[in-house]
Design a protein around this ligand. Structure first.
Ligand code: C2E
Ligand code: CA
Ligand code: CA
Length: 373
């Protein structure tokens, strides 16, 4: 119990100085040290446990900074710890109260503007803060491990939804849904089991489900990652490598692992018109994928010029605001109800589609098609 943190710091320094002196144990000299966390008490604390918890947080900071030191728990650490704790508690409630939503962003073939399927993107319908994007809660979900039950729920939901669409709408029988896997989810040993269970529960064939992982999964434990990928592949799942080009740089795994698709990160697509280096990266990714027998999806296609350039480079699929943002499932349903005609499977359009003028018409039609909803 001290008056303020200056007193506490003085005490901490005295303790550290005292501990620096060796202790004699028989013929040996023993050295000890300590890492000290200091939490100044104030009125916001309701219980001693909270105060101790913050002192603990500061102590771990001290440990991380090296041995024999002290750290005072400050307002910044306080604010961060508070907001984290609040989000964690709310995330638990959100699961119980069914506050998560899945939005679906169309992925289209660039050449014909046809619908391949959707990427499932999570949202949180927060009771007071409105619809939250994944940036606002996924990090805490990952750190706390809550991403496992949340991801599990999403996988079930997306598989079930796709099955309903496939059954309900003529022309939708070959659509796919791509689900993102967080690092922790991918490393979870029960994942392949969960995936096949989700497929079974939805009575969905494995070719309907695509899974998206990022290169970071190969960093920590490449052997385990490879094992998981092979198990997923054995189930018949299509595997996408997300945000390609932004992470791990070893390309060797591309030749070894059973990956089907490279997703070109939005950061390259965004300015490839003005930035020749990014244009070169996009071109190289498309060529690399082609040579390895893989397909490419460009993320974040926003302009017709980007679309034209990607198409010229030979990129297969695109997703982005040019076509449609992520839509809630009701809007996708409406889209199907009004636009059955355009959902005939790819391949049923004649070769005349390749004529430039008609293609421009198709681009317009695709855009109008999604705008109608
Ligand atoms: P991502 O996997 O790269 O997803 C693409 C993001 O780009 C989505 O953001 C999408 O809404 C946004 N986007 C698509 N087209 C455009 C465009 O033309 N312009 C712009 N400016 N943005 C576009 P979102 O939905 O906010 O998701 C952000 C990230 O959160 C995702 O990036 C993904 O890493 C993660 N995420 C989303 N849903 C899930 C999920 O269910 N599980 C996991 N583990 N991660 C998820
Ligand atoms: Ca993704
Ligand atoms: Ca991305």
């Amino acid at each position: 119990q001290t008056q303020d943190s200056e007193d506490a710091v003085e005490v901490a320094e005295r303790i550290l100085a005292e501990l620096m002196r060796p202790v004699r144990l028989g013929d040996n000299e023993i050295y000890t040290n300590a890492s000290i966390g200091i939490a100044p008490g104030h009125a916001d604390y309701a219980t001693t446990e909270e105060l101790l918890r913050d002192a603990d947080t500061a102590m771990y900071r001290a440990k991380a900074a090296g041995k024999a030191g002290y750290v005072v728990f400050d307002q910044d650490m306080y604010a961060r710890a508070r907001s984290r704790l609040r989000v964690e508690t709310e995330l638990r409630q959100a699961l119980d109260n069914h506050e998560f939503r899945v939005f679906y962003q169309p992925i289209v073939t660039l050449e014909q503007g046809r619908l391949l399927g959707f990427e499932a993107l999570i949202r949180w319908q927060h009771p007071t803060r409105g619809l939250l994007s994944p940036e606002e809660f996924l990090l805490v979900a990952e750190e706390t491990g809550l991403i496992l039950p949340i991801g599990w729920w999403l996988l079930h939901e997306a598989c079930g939804q796709l099955k309903r669409w496939r059954q309900r709408h003529p022309g939708a029988h070959s659509l796919t849904v791509a689900v993102n896997l967080a690092h922790k989810q991918f490393m979870y040993a029960g994942l392949p089991q969960q995936v096949s269970e989700s497929l079974r529960a939805a009575d969905l064939s494995a070719d309907g489900l695509h899974l998206e992982i990022t290169e970071t999964v190969f960093l920590e434990n490449p052997k385990a990652a490879e094992n998981t990928l092979r198990k997923l592949k054995a189930l018949g799942i299509v595997l996408h490598l997300d945000d390609f080009g932004t992470g791990y740089s070893s390309l060797n795994y591309l030749s070894v692992l059973p990956l089907d698709t490279l997703k070109i990160d939005r950061s390259f697509v965004r300015d490839m018109q003005e930035n020749p280096k990014h244009a070169a990266i996009v071109r190289t990714i498309v060529e690399l994928a082609r040579d390895l027998g893989m397909e490419t999806v460009a993320e974040g296609v926003e302009t017709v010029d980007q679309l034209r350039m990607l198409e010229r480079l030979g990129c297969h699929y695109g997703q982005g605001h040019l076509f449609a943002p992520a839509l809630d499932s009701d809007r996708v349903d409406k889209l199907f109800d009004r636009a059955n005609l355009e959902l005939v499977p790819a391949g049923e359009v004649g070769p005349e589609v390749h004529a430039g003028a008609l293609r421009a018409g198709l681009i317009k039609r695709t855009r109008d098609f999604f705008r109608r909803v």
